[in-house]
Each structure stands twice: as structure tokens, then as C-alpha cells.
Design a binder for this molecule. Sequence first.
Ligand code: AKG
Length: 291
Amino acid sequence: MTQTVSPPVDSVDDLNTDLARTYRATHRPPAELVEPDILQADIAALDANGFVVIENLITPAEAAAAKASLEALLGPVGRNAFEGFRTQRAYALLEKTRAADALVAHPRVLALIEHLVAPDPLLSACLAIRILPGEAEQMAHVDDGFYPQPRPRRALGAAAIWALDPFTAENGATSIYAGSEKWDDARQPTPADERCPVIMPAGSVLVFPGTLWHGGGANRSDASRLVLTPQYCAPWLRTQENMSLAVSPKTVAGLSDPLQRLLGYNIRPPFMGHVNGLHPKRLLEPYQGSK
Ligand SMILES: O=C(O)CCC(=O)C(=O)O
């Protein structure tokens, strides 16, 4: 693990290399972990449609187990129309449960996030959302709109929405405006635009760029609808939830390497993300052995 000699820095080009001595870069592109035909088909669908649904990526039993764990963490209903007055949320999930880990770092999803955003993204948000019966349609929005950069443009973030209940047209399925990822700043959804619910079985995942207009659906059924939704951003942006404060170093020390990197325990060359001039993984050393 320990490299004692610093790489030379003779020009600014050398600043794009891994200068760490103790904790060398560990990024392994998640695309390498996905069967090439499957990856190609996912990317083709994403590029053609502006979003992709991967049905049954986890089993019904896995979805049910995640659902049981996440439901136990849900807070009260929302504080405003955006959060939803008949919608419950749970934030800071990686501090509270291990039930989200495998989904947040799922290689097939991360490969698409890297395709949409950038290699080695950060986890920007990670929450469970339960839409209760009687909830109204959420206002349409884009997830990376708080980065004040003109559109149309490449996405600065991207989201996965894991259905832990089946998504139907009645129960609050996330709905999207197909093609809206290409819209410019002047264009917002109007009643003339079609807002399409994404129908999918429990255990499926919807992946889309932060530029796509979407929102939670109205729940006209008599059952609630639960999702886990990790959102990711480019590694040089501020995250929505302050993950460095939301997830303690003690907890991070027990997480997998991909999750640690998603939480910022990683250096973007040459030294973005350092702590006191050193690799952030040094902060985990007191807890090593807790894995
Ligand atoms: O719950 C959903 O289906 C989507 C929610 C959403 O997009 C959000 O709150 O940002």
C-alpha cells in the first residue's frame, strides 16, 4: 500500500496524475464489472430515450428486505409542497442503515451514472421517499438545476430511482417528460407536454440525467409507494446533502471502497478532496478493523 517516493511534478500536466503516496487511486470503472452486451444495450437506451428502466435488477425478496429496513427510518410527512405534505422521506441513509449499500453502489447503475456525468462521481443525495395515498403530483423539476449553468448542456448529476413497490399509473410512480433533458433554460413543462408515469415492477430501477424534467406522481391508490433514490454529481461539484457531515468517519470505515469513494474518501488529481494536505482515508485509520 505504501509508496515512499513522490511522483515528480515538473509541469502542470503532471498535476493530472495520482500524487498520493500512501493511498493510491483505486477507481475501477464500474463499466468493467458489467457484461459488455448488457452495458451497450443500457447505454443505447439511455442515449436514445434520455432515461432507461432496468426491470427486476434486484429480486422481489431483495426489494422487500430493503423496503422493510428503509420504512423503519422514514420521517414525518414533508414540510413543503416539494417534499410533499403526504410524502415521507429519510435522509442520511448511509449513516443509518446498510440496506441501501448494494443499490447505491450497484455497478450496472454506476456505469450509467459515469456515462452520463463523469468518472468517479460523488454521492450527492441518498434518500427513501414514500408517497402516501392522497398525495398530489409533485412539481416537475430537474435534479441538477441548482448548479447555475446554462442549458442545454451535459448533465452535472444523475439519479437512480429504485422501485421498492411496483410502480403503477395510480400509485405515484415517478413521471418524466421524455426528451426534456435537451431543453434550454427558457423551456419548462406546460400542460401541453406529456408527463409519463414510469411503470415498473418492484426491484427495477430508473436511471436518468439531472437535466431531465420529472417529479413524483399523484398517489390515487390506497397503498403507499416507496423508492430509494441515490443521486450522484460530478466529482468537482458540491453535493446536495453534505455527506462528509451526514456520514461519520466511523461508519465510512466499514463501507466498501466504491462507497467510500462515492462519499468523497478519494482524491481527484492532483489534490481535490484532501484533508490537511493528506488523503481523506487517513481519517479512517483510527477505525480500521471495524469492517
Ligand atoms: O418520489 C419520486 O418519484 C421522485 C421524487 C423527486 O424527484 C424528488 O423529490 O426530487
